[in-house]
Design a binder for this molecule. Structure first.
Ligand code: MN
Length: 466
């Protein structure tokens, strides 16, 4: 690719270019070399979480560096996509709606080094993050599965515990990878997969898009790039992986195989429990010549925001398709960027907020509590949403509870993922008098700024009074 062709792509279309951009702008910290893969890498990444990405040289003495925190601010995600922050959910939603097919390329960077004798315990620097984690985990691996019947691909991130030199324990929640595995089992074959570590930020975000079963999330990455994502065929199976990836683990999942996995520190800030889970068997590792390993620390901002933004985009698309009154949505950090959805509406009809709540609860099982607010409430500010609940919500009138629904298995208050859903209508009653719910406001205040007031200030202390 020529220099000119590269520069037209959004900044997040290339991992190393993105790291250079973070470094050039003081957003990439390189801690002391040789930190321990057990806890030291995660502790350092957590302390810098949200302020800087971290690039760990020689972690645990490994030749391969570890990077973390690539996308730990909403603004950085917008920047990686080349759009204003206010437009980020809308832009991501548009990409999910208009995917662009990938293109196969020869001589991929991700296959510069091919190793068929796999030993994860020595070949990759895989960290152990939290106190009670059962061992080293790959946390930023995009699991790409290929449907054995129709050949379509699915991309998702799963926690992957190193359980043997060539084995990974994997948690498959009831979504697309598991559906593909069921089809494989019915066809009597193993599910062909690849686990891709160290992808560009756009592909990382695209992996979290909530698109229908059968839509390859790599095509959403193409839409975010504005052109087809270059991919290549794995050396031991038919899965197509991003050609510029740092590390690719090629393998398969046998539907009947199980082994103990967990506990592991998850995004809700709790440990996912130990249980018999599916197993990935690896057949090859392919990498760049000097690869970079990416890790996402459970519960950190990178983990939370990666879940939030693509989901917000999907909620916005899905809700606006059904309701003209829906203006904006937000998944709050306090709600683990998954469980609490705030929806802003304007011009809704009697009863419509209830329909919005019921719809929102069904777009993704992770959504547990929905709060609907008016357009005079900043839906991206949890303090504002709480104000609306405090002053416009009456439990007897505005509370909706649905029991025995599918929720998040990682929410410890559920019974194996089954629990209650709750909706709060925190909009002003439609029949209220105009003054009753009018927010107080000082005329002219919106034209003033702190800097403006300071610049125009007299700055003479009123010493004649004290
Ligand atoms: Mn999918």
């Amino acid at each position: 690719m020529s220099e000119r062709e590269i520069t037209k792509l959004p900044p997040g279309a290339d991992l190393r270019g993105w790291l250079r951009r973070l470094a050039d702008s003081g957003r990439l910290t390189t801690p002391q070399a040789g930190l321990d893969l057990r806890f030291e890498v995660a502790a350092t990444a957590n302390v810098l979480d949200g302020t800087a990405a971290t690039f760990f040289r020689a972690p645990g003495g490994s030749d391969t560096p570890v990077v973390s925190g690539l996308l730990s601010q909403r603004d950085w995600m917008a920047e990686s996509m080349g759009v204003p922050t206010a437009e980020v959910a809308r832009a991501f939603g548009a990409a999910s709606e208009h995917p662009i097919d990938w293109v196969e390329v020869p001589d991929p960077a991700c296959q510069q080094v091919v190793t068929r004798d796999v030993d994860l315990t020595t070949q990759l620097p895989i960290p152990t993050h939290n106190e009670h984690d059962s061992g080293a985990y790959i946390t930023a691996g995009l699991l790409i599965a290929r449907n054995p019947v129709i050949g379509q691909q699915n991309v998702s991130i799963h926690r992957l515990q190193v359980t043997a030199p060539d084995k990974l324990g994997v948690l498959l929640l009831p979504r697309h990878t598991l559906a593909f595995l069921d089809e494989s089992a019915a066809a009597g074959v193993a599910l062909e997969i690849a686990i891709v570590i160290g992808v560009d930020p756009l592909t990382l975000m695209a992996s979290q898009a909530i698109v229908p079963l059968g839509v390859d999330e790599l095509t959403v990455s193409g839409a975010l790039r504005g052109e087809p994502l270059p991919v290549t065929r794995c050396v031991t199976n038919e899965v197509r992986v991003p050609a510029d990836a740092e590390i690719v683990l090629e393998g398969r999942i046998e539907a009947a195989e199980r082994a103990p996995e967990g506990p592991f520190g998850e995004f809700p800030q709790y440990y996912g429990e130990r249980a018999e889970r599916h197993v990935v068997t690896l057949d090859a590792i392919t990498t760049r010549e000097k690869p970079i390993f990416h890790t996402i620390v459970g519960g950190g901002l990178e983990h939370l925001l990666l879940g939030a933004l693509p989901r917000e985009a999907t909620f916005l698309v899905e809700l606006q398709r059904r309701f003209a009154c829906v203006r904006d949505v937000h998944l709050s950090r306090g709600g683990t960027c998954r469980y609490h959805l705030y929806v802003q509406v304007a011009g809704h009809k009697p009863g419509e907020v209830t329909n919005v709540i019921l719809s929102a609860l069904s777009v993704h099982y992770d959504v547990k509590h929905v709060v609907v607010v008016d357009a005079d409430v900043d839906v991206h500010d949890p303090m504002e949403v709480e104000w609306a609940v405090a002053t416009r919500f009456q439990a007897k009138r505005d509370l909706l509870v649905v029991n025995t629904a599918q929720g998040s298995k990682l929410d410890p208050s559920t019974v194996d993922g089954v629990g209650s859903k709750l909706g709060m209508d925190a909009t002003s009653p439609l029949d209220a008098s105009e003054m009753k719910f009018l927010r107080i406001r000082v005329p002219g205040q919106e034209d003033l700024t702190v800097d403006g007031i300071r610049e125009a200030a007299d700055n003479t202390p009123p010493v004649d009074y004290f």
